[in-house]
Design a protein around this ligand. Structure first.
Ligand code: CTP
Length: 410
């Protein structure tokens, strides 16, 4: 079997951010997977990493200057040959230039001339990432079909903590490979839920949980890269839905249940990664609840609808239903119990721990079907875990029927 990027010509644009050093590893990864890599660096990038490093790793000369280059028109020649264009790290500056058609150096000029798929791995300070200008620019590029990987949340070089770190080279590599992936799920409709749900108590407070939505977003991204039509229903999260999915933002379990049940009838597969709140306050107070007069305060909670169970009851022949089980203890027995009681086809159990479960970049899924444990992913990135889960779930789809005549009634 050939390598995933065999013979592909990839331009790697490197801009001026501290994460530029991580792109050295990306060059190696791209080449190890069969790609031929041409590196283009901005002037600022050369202050972080020497072009010599990238030249040694790529085995090719590195282009840095529109005018000092070897060929007469590198921005045209190189982009005409390229199968993909990856920019990592992508600073706020290059994102702004690309979004607004500014071409004032070699890299921005090449981005304007490129006709191939473009993948950006943003990296910047979290406050810069949140800025309205940057967010508008991201939207412009997404609407034009540019793919984004990351950024991630975490500690930053500037000693702040937030969303803005460049994704790890392995995740950028995976995203680059998925640009060329065979669209095995084309014509398949996948419904994904992600994130927490928040149950409001008064205008100030809510009952919620620690889910960041990362696992569900990774599943949505992976399904999309395999050509599926993806509907992503997500609770409150800092993450931005991938371009190309039908994204529905909700807050409470009730809202999530309504949107999910409406979408389920049309779905071939549902993957419920959301950490749904099992209980909601029995009453909502329109005014802020004051502490005066209370030494203790008891909250009455009532059960919320179980969306996965509703899918299990409603599912028609051919529909595949996948749930998660976030556990602190007895993951196996709990997963199997949920599989049976909720009539799911697959349950992916994960332990709530330091590197697995909520609020981290990695996960370890124990994947159960009716036969029992069928796969242990080991500790991998959430993107990787999403891929393994989709491999298994896709194996249960009746792809031929979906593609020819659609589902039949039970
Ligand atoms: N789920 C759901 N609706 C709910 C609660 C959970 O759809 N009201 C789904 C979750 O999205 C997940 C699966 O059910 O796919 C299991 O969720 P989990 O919180 O692990 O289990 P619960 O059924 O809530 O049971 P418990 O909290 O007792 O472990």
């Amino acid at each position: 079997m050939g390598l995933p990027l065999d013979g592909k010509e990839i331009i790697l644009g490197v801009t001026g951010g501290i994460a530029a050093y991580k792109s050295c590893e990306l060059v190696r990864g791209l080449r190890e997977n069969g790609a031929k890599v041409s590196v283009v660096m901005t002037e600022a990038a050369c202050r972080f990493v020497s072009p010599l490093t990238f030249a040694a790793l790529s085995g090719r000369d590195v282009e840095t200057d529109l005018f000092a280059s070897r060929g007469p028109m590198p921005h045209i020649d190189m982009t005409a040959r390229a199968d993909a264009f990856v920019v990592a790290p992508a600073t706020a500056n290059i994102i702004g230039k690309a979004a607004n058609g500014i071409a004032d150096d070699l890299l921005s000029t090449m981005l304007m001339a490129a006709k191939c798929p473009i993948l950006f791995a943003p990296a910047m300070n979290c406050r810069m990432f949140e800025s309205p200008a940057l967010q508008d620019n991201l939207k412009i590029l997404r609407d034009r079909g540019v793919i984004f990987v990351g950024p991630e949340e975490g500690p930053m070089a500037c000693n702040e903590f937030g969303l803005g770190r460049m994704s790890e080279p392995a995740d950028i590599l995976r995203a680059a490979i998925s640009l060329f992936r065979e669209k095995t799920l084309s014509g398949v409709r996948v419904l994904v839920s992600a994130g927490p749900t928040f149950e409001d108590l008064d205008p100030v407070r809510f009952v919620g949980n620690r889910s960041t939505g990362r696992m569900g977003f990774a599943v949505a991204k992976e399904a999309l890269s395999r050509g599926a039509q993806v509907t992503l229903i997500y609770g409150p999260t800092a993450l931005v839905p991938p371009s190309g999915v039908k994204a529905i933002a909700v807050r409470s379990t009730r809202e999530m249940a309504k949107a999910a049940l409406e979408a389920f009838g049309d779905a071939d597969m549902a993957i419920m990664a959301a950490a749904v709140s099992d209980f909601a306050p029995a009453e909502y107070s329109a005014s802020k609840i004051k502490k005066g007069g209370h030494e203790n305060y008891s909250l009455k909670l009532v059960k919320t609808p179980d969306i996965l169970s509703a899918f299990g009851k409603e599912k028609k022949k051919g529909q595949v239903v996948v749930g998660f089980a976030a556990e602190t203890d007895d993951a196996g027995p709990n997963a199997l119990k949920k599989l049976k009681e909720k009539n799911a086809d697959i349950i992916a159990a994960n332990i709530i721990g330091e590197n697995t479960g909520f609020g981290c970049l990695t996960n370890r899924l124990y994947i159960y079907d009716k036969k029992g444990l069928v796969r242990d992913t080991g500790l991998v990135s959430k993107d990787e875990a999403a891929g393994r889960l989709l491999d298994m779930a896709a194996g249960l789809l009746q792809l031929k029927e979906i593609k020819s005549k659609g589902r039949t009634a039970k």
